[in-house]
Design a protein around this ligand. Structure first.
Ligand SMILES: [Zn+2]
Length: 151
């Protein structure tokens, strides 16, 4: 009885291993099958917060925390630290939204300074929080591309 169960277990285990191998190839096989993307595609993948190499794995484990490696293709993200680049880009983008809005509010002149301040502060904070992860993804993708090309 125990021998039959052991054989059945081995067959089931082998079938499960074959099924798992069909679903997802080994990490080393995946690395060789992913074609190198072009610059625009790389940046687009980063801006979408996905792996700049394969575009499938997520780039961040939380709001702005970069993962160490891609879950899909295994590409390492270690050393791809964007530092102040995303903040610089975010300030540039948000300023182009807030300054024209300030100009429009001042031109109209119907709102009090307190109301204008509340609107501008809300827009500034909201636009910053929305833009920052995408800017960081873009910078990490650019750094990944530079590292890949060895420049
Ligand atoms: Zn990947």
């Amino acid at each position: 009885m125990a021998i039959v169960n052991r054989r059945r277990y081995k067959r089931l285990h082998a079938a499960l291993r074959r099924a798992a191998a069909k679903e997802k190839p080994a990490l080393s096989e995946q690395n060789t099958t992913v074609a190198a993307p072009g610059l625009a595609e790389t940046l687009w993948k980063g801006a979408k917060l996905t792996c700049p190499r394969c575009g499938e794995g997520k780039l961040f484990s939380s709001y702005l925390k970069r993962k160490d490696a891609c879950d899909a293709c295994g590409e390492s993200f270690l050393g791809l630290d964007a530092d102040d680049g995303p903040a610089w880009l975010t300030i540039g983008i948000v300023a182009h939204i807030v300054i024209p809005l300030l100009w429009l509010l001042e031109r109209d002149g119907s709102l009090s300074y307190g109301t204008e301040f509340a609107i501008l502060a809300a827009v500034t904070i909201g636009a910053t929080l929305l833009t920052l992860p995408f800017a960081k993804g873009l910078f990490i993708a650019a750094l990944w591309r530079i590292r890949r090309d060895g420049r």
